[in-house]
Design a protein around this ligand. Structure first.
Ligand SMILES: [Zn+2]
Length: 248
């Protein structure tokens, strides 16, 4: 029996990483760990993580961190940073998760960091997680056997979606948008990355299927990829904003 904890936000990456961990460690006891650090989508993530815990029939834990720690530095330095930058986010969240893991005798800590996110956010890079894993040897009690599992470290969004599809990960329970609305905004960099990647895979995002059904009362079939894409382009035009994927 492997005791597995996932740093989970309800995003595509951590959900696929979780499904890969379940395959890698079939005899397991799974816990989803979620932190509220003042992100706009904290409430939505909380709901999604609860739904995911129901889906996987596992435990979940929620912790609120002091929001003022993550506000960022002086304005003149922020122009060089990507939008939605959060200072030392993954360092802090992984450190808190590692403390939780030692406290609760966990053996595997999962995070869905990947190449796509690492281009804009260096605390998603392979180098960052490699150094963090090394640091754990000095930060945790000597007998703590915690392994940092990063199955998506070399993956891009398209291969993450393909893996999720192959493993039947609950992609319909994920959220990537930077907004807290009922439906994705379709114009933020995260929405564009996700939607472009689904299109490149020849698949339709289950969230788009749901939204389309809400508008027209009909389901998109698996072959309606072009129709879904042109509908999304139309939605973006109506919002008066369109730009290429922010992470590339
Ligand atoms: Zn969005």
């Amino acid at each position: 029996m492997n005791r597995i904890t996932v740093l989970c936000s309800g995003g595509l990456d951590c959900v696929v990483a979780t499904q890969m961990a379940l395959q890698e460690y079939p005899d397991n006891e799974l816990t989803l760990l979620h932190f509220d650090y003042g992100q706009v989508t904290a409430e939505k993530e909380h709901v999604l993580v609860s739904r995911l815990a129901n889906y996987w029939n596992c435990s979940n834990r929620f912790y609120k961190l002091p929001n003022e720690l993550f506000q960022g530095g002086p304005e003149e330095r922020r122009h060089a940073l990507p939008p939605y930058w959060v200072p030392a986010r993954n360092l802090t969240l992984l450190s808190c998760a590692a403390s939780w893991c030692e406290t609760n005798d966990q053996e595997v800590l999962v995070i869905g960091t990947n190449v796509e996110e690492a281009t804009a956010f260096p605390d998603n890079s392979k180098m960052f997680t490699k150094h963090f894993a090394s640091t754990l040897r000095y930060a945790l009690a000597p007998a703590t056997p915690l392994y940092l599992y990063t199955p998506l470290a070399h993956e891009r969004k398209t291969s993450i979606i393909q893996r999720g599809q192959e493993l039947k990960a609950p992609l319909h329970l994920t959220w990537s948008c930077y907004t807290n609305d009922n439906w994705p905004c379709h114009v933020c960099p995260s929405c564009l990355c996700r939607e472009n990647a689904f299109f490149a895979c020849g698949l339709i995002d289950p969230l788009v299927v749901g939204e389309y059904r809400r508008y027209y009362g009909v389901c998109l079939g698996s072959g309606d990829v072009e129709l879904a894409d042109s509908w999304l382009k139309d939605r973006r035009k109506k919002k008066g904003f369109e730009r290429p994927c922010g992470a590339n």
